[in-house]
Design a protein around this ligand. Structure first.
Ligand SMILES: [Mn+2]
Length: 266
């Protein structure tokens, strides 16, 4: 696995919440050497922190490590998302060596141009704002506890067992439809704006696909999947998983499928 790369894209870190996998991210940031570091939104979960704050020394260390990278020559570009939208007021400014932008164009080593944004701008187009909110907020553990609670209540009311998991599987079927729509809409946007591809996060589902001739890349998240998108020094994209086990999930050079985009749904 190459750890000396040209660019790194990470998003959906959700610092300030219990779900954040800060220890793996720290290890990743300390191992990787990169010219560009893109923070593609939802880095600090200011939305969650309105209700509760879970900002540990490890979370602080993530911030420190990123600032140290900026001091030591890595170009750090921060594109706030919907959970850290408050930071959007600093767009166009440089704060502590970090450039803050609403979105950005990334030029690859081989000259290709990619549009980089968080991805929440498509929420209204896929009618899924509330849905993603649920996906992001409910952990598996919480669901299991909820299942026990729901069925305890049902027993009291002499109602039969009802599987929350089964219900969720149905919802997951729906989720994959949402994801497909999101990917298609992002790819359409890149095509319309004459970019070679689109890089985003937001949906907590890493991916790399060729759709209608453009490359859709999603860098995933650091609350569940621990994934990052990197551009090698040769200008090729790779999706990495970095936890106890580390692996390359996908290489651009090995992509075979070329999806036809599904018709845009309004
Ligand atoms: Mn988001």
């Amino acid at each position: 696995m190459q750890t000396q790369v040209r660019s790194v894209f990470i998003s959906d870190v959700h610092l300030g919440t219990t779900a954040c996998q800060a220890q793996y991210l720290l290890d990743f940031l300390r191992t990787c050497q990169t010219e560009y570091l893109y923070l593609v939104g939802d880095i600090i979960d200011l939305l969650y922190m309105r209700r509760r704050v879970h900002f540990t020394p490890q979370h602080e260390e993530v911030v420190e490590t990123i600032l140290a990278l900026a001091r030591n020559g890595t170009r750090v570009i921060y594109i706030p998302g919907n959970h850290d939208a408050l930071m959007r007021r600093f767009c166009g400014q440089m704060v502590a060596g970090v450039e803050i932008h609403r979105h950005r164009v990334h030029y690859c080593a081989d000259g290709r141009r990619f549009f980089v944004s968080h991805g929440d701008e498509f929420d209204s187009a896929i009618h899924a704002g509330v849905f993603w909110h649920m996906v992001g907020d409910l952990s598996h553990h919480l669901l299991l506890r909820l299942n026990t609670l729901v069925n305890g209540l049902r027993r009291l009311l002499k109602m039969p067992y009802w599987s929350l998991a089964g219900y969720l599987k149905q919802r997951i079927g729906k989720a994959s439809k949402f994801i497909r729509r999101f990917e298609t809409i992002a790819a359409h946007q890149a095509r319309e704006l004459k970019f070679d591809g689109f890089i985003c996060g937001h949906i907590h589902q890493s991916g790399m696909r060729r759709i209608d001739g453009v490359l859709y890349c999603n860098d995933g998240d650091w609350v569940e999947h621990c994934t990052a998108l990197v551009e090698t020094r040769q200008g090729q994209f790779e999706l990495l998983h970095w936890a106890d086990h580390k692996e390359v999930l996908l290489r651009e050079t090995e992509l075979t499928e070329d999806w036809d985009a599904i018709p845009q749904v309004n």
